[in-house]
Design a protein around this ligand. Sequence first.
Ligand code: HEC
Length: 134
Amino acid sequence: MKTLLAILPVLAAAACAMQGPQPEAGRALYSDLCASCHGVDGRGDGPMAAQLKVKPANLTTLSARHGGTFPRVYVMSMIDGYNRAKGHGGMMPVFDPLLQGPTVLIDTGDGVETPTPARLVDLADYIQTLQSKG
Ligand code: HEC
């Protein structure tokens, strides 16, 4: 019994690693595709920021600016193009690779589990880890 109890958390962690959010995967996507403008830590101060007419948004204050809840669906909509005309003032490069590959089921706020590209979710989960605490 003791052994079983000791093993359970390990199994649970392994199951999470397989199915749950994968911010680590998101980190790589973020540094490849987003950090040049939004900065390594998301403050909007990437190396390309100085050359842009519209300053890249500070992604560490998304939760604070959305009533304390991380706006995951909004963030994904900014990336996936549904919101491209609005987000990034039309100048967002195309992030098609983010939309390819496996999908996961996500409740996008309407109670309906919608197949969503896993990479997009990983990226949003990573950006959630950048939220400033204060
Ligand atoms: C070429 C520079 C550039 C790149 C690359 C870029 N962004 Fe942006 N992003 C911007 C700018 C500029 C804005 C502000 C646009 C505006 O206010 O209309 C913005 C806005 C956003 C917003 C809205 C933030 C808010 O406060 O409402 C999100 C979310 C976002 N970007 C996520 C990303 C993600 C994720 C990536 C990588 C997949 C990325 N961006 C790559 C320049 C960029």
